[in-house]
Design a protein around this ligand. Structure first.
Ligand code: ZN
Length: 170
């Protein structure tokens, strides 16, 4: 039973926008308190001495909450994850990956999601401290700050395929 209670549950805002991920234990509290309703259930139940429940997989809050999501930390690991460990210059997946400043630091380039990309060692060395134009190189795609759904998709194991439609992964 303890294992089932530690399963994760996707929490949707009142407007069905994904909000957070919580444990089944906490999800059951929200339902008990009348703050949320069950949208989807897992195929198993939870039995306690006096009660039995069907484990919720997706919950929807019955009230709307305005939330400012925490920013994903800008780290080498997260840059590489965002770019799926693909060199953004040549497209290779081979070899150790580095992060490259699109506009080099020497030329005023900043440490931002928009200016850092995953690059293989070869491309990083080839580009050196030059701009794309100077190096005559192109990016596979324009680097952006990852969306909240990226975090859910990449950093959390999705325990139920039903989540995908709510996370716009289908
Ligand atoms: Zn490369």
């Amino acid at each position: 039973m303890v294992g089932s209670l530690n399963r994760t549950c996707l929490v949707l805002n009142q407007n069905y926008e994904p909000l957070s991920i919580t444990q089944v234990k906490r999800a059951l509290c929200l339902i008990y308190l009348g703050k949320a309703e069950i949208v989807e259930q897992y195929g198993f139940g939870i039995h306690t001495v006096s009660n039995s429940f069907t484990a919720p997989s997706i919950l929807r809050l019955l009230y709307f909450i305005h939330i400012k999501r925490p920013n994903l930390p800008l780290t080498k690991r997260n840059i590489l994850k965002r770019d799926k460990y693909i060199c953004q210059y040549c497209g290779t997946k081979n070899g150790p990956m580095t992060t490259d400043h699109v506009i080099p630091k020497k030329l005023g380039g900043k440490d931002t999601w928009e200016n850092l990309v995953c690059a293989c060692v070869k491309c990083n060395n080839r580009k050196g401290e030059r701009t794309l134009e100077q190096a005559d190189m192109e990016l596979l795609r324009h680097p952006k700050r990852p969306h909240f759904f990226f975090i859910v998709h990449n950093l959390v194991r999705i325990p139920d395929p039903k989540w995908k439609q709510y996370l716009f992964l289908e």
